[in-house]
Design a protein around this ligand. Structure first.
Ligand code: AMP
Ligand code: GLY
Length: 424
């Protein structure tokens, strides 16, 4: 009797979801992969269901009609809005935290409470009721200090302050011009820390977890970490300075966070992302995210290889094996972004050279901000695609990624030249 192919549906539309689709498709059971809403650059790896409603009620009804065996939710917004809850109510298996557990990302204050409860190292902080209180704390602590607004602010809610001018500018933007909207309702001041940043992501069933190798993303638009913040211009794994002790400490952070989430009555199932800073005193948590990082996913998900779907199924069934170690294959992801990104991305520009670039060995191309026009792909957002190179060393991975990138052409396109350079 023929065995029915499993159907897996991924919610999201970026390069992260494309990398997930690619890994799930490699499963020996040859599953049917759907991405909703996806993007037209994924059509080779998955079936695209677009448009896709954003309200959890409508989205879950549409998903139910597609009868998936498993759903994986990529981005933070549907998680924070409770899409996984709506799906679970319908008896659909999901990888992704409940809306209340996703508060570990959507509310920085909630995350801080969990960290304090669990004894996880994080920067000292104070809630500031108004601009005057914020100014007093910063003046007492000196520089660098950090102002953070609670809520999902798409990376715009954090102001690292190096001078009184930075402080006054941030206070103006938060309290006077109210640029962050709802997110400004709670503002807190944090002591500035320094050291290299590390992204540490684990897949968890709520109790047990499988850590992905450590990675770093590059948030600034220009080489040398200059220019405005972006959604991420590249990623690299593994990291040269990462020790066994760091690995143990990072696993302990995940373990303690999961414990605190269970204790609080909001167990966390899905991808738990710890944004860490390696300070002189050890690892400190800057933030938790309730999802895989993007572009970290593009370099890390291939580490799970064709076992990715099995891991996802175990996480959703609550039966994740302990001690699973994923291979640390060197990988570099370089993001190709539109002209004008991040302020005002130019869209509608043709993406040329994809056909040849896609045939290059040990490289993958994962698309994000693309649309179809007259049978060709054009840019439709800030981050257009990620080129991922793998190799036996970071140098080799870098060379492959950049060689493949050189085969692509996007008028006015921007990319960083230094992704992974210091890890070689
Ligand atoms: P977050 O969204 O909390 O991760 O903050 C975004 C970025 O701000 C981080 O990736 C860091 O580069 C920086 N940052 C956040 N908190 C601190 C801190 N306490 N000290 C220094 N830099 C910070
Ligand atoms: N790359 C950082 C993030 O996904 O939040």
């Amino acid at each position: 009797m023929p065995v029915a192919r499993k159907r897996v549906l991924i919610v999201g539309s970026g390069a992260r979801e494309h990398a997930m689709a690619d890994a799930i498709r490699a499963d020996p059971g040859k599953p049917d992969v759907i991405v909703a809403p996806g993007n037209p650059g994924m059509a080779g790896e998955a079936r695209i269901v677009s448009p896709f409603p954003s309200s959890p009620k409508e989205a879950s009804a549409l998903i139910a009609s597609l009868e998936p065996d498993l759903v994986v939710i990529g981005p933070e917004k549907p998680l924070a809005e409770g899409l996984s809850d709506a799906l679970r109510e319908k008896g659909i298996k999901v990888v992704g935290p409940s809306g209340t557990a996703a508060r570990i990302e959507s509310s920085k204050l909630f995350a801080k409470e969990r960290m304090l409860e669990a004894g996880i190292a994080t920067a000292e902080f104070r809630v500031a009721e108004n601009a005057e209180a914020a100014r007093d704390y910063v003046q007492a602590w000196g520089y660098p200090s950090v102002l953070k607004a609670d809520g999902l602010a798409q990376g715009k809610g954090v102001f690292v302050l190096h001078s009184p001018e930075d402080l006054e500018d941030a206070l103006q933007r938060i309290f006077v011009r109210q640029e962050l909207g709802e997110a400004q309702q709670t503002v807190f001041v944090e002591k500035g820390l320094s050291g290299p940043e590390v992204s540490f992501i684990a897949l968890t069933d709520g109790t047990r977890f499988v850590p992905f190798p450590e990675a770093r993303d590059y948030k600034r638009i220009r080489d040398g970490n200059r220019g405005p913040n972006t959604g991420g211009m590249g990623a690299v794994t593994p990291l040269a300075g990462w020790s066994e002790k760091d690995q143990e400490d990072a696993c302990q952070i995940i373990d303690r966070a999961l414990w605190s989430m269970r204790r609080h009555g909001t167990p966390f199932q899905g991808f738990l992302y710890a944004g860490l800073m390696k300070t002189e005193e050890g690892l400190s948590v800057l933030e938790f995210n309730a999802r895989f990082g993007d572009p970290e996913a593009q370099v890390l998900i291939p580490s799970a290889g064709e076992g990715f779907l099995t891991l996802l199924e175990s996480a959703s069934a609550g039966s994740l094996g302990k001690g699973t170690n994923l291979l640390k294959t060197p990988r570099v992801a370089v993001v190709l972004a539109s002209s004008g990104y991040p302020e005002k991305p130019v869209t509608g520009t043709p993406v040329l050279g994809l056909e040849v670039a896609r045939t290059q060995e040990m490289t993958r191309i994962y698309t994000a901000g693309v649309a179809e026009k007259d049978g060709h792909l054009v840019s439709s957002g800030g981050r257009v695609l990620s080129v991922v190179g793998s190799g036996s060393s970071i140098r080799e991975a870098r060379e492959r990624a950049y060689r493949t990138l050189s085969l692509l052409h996007l008028e006015g396109g921007q990319f960083r030249q230094d992704i992974g350079l210091e890890e070689e």
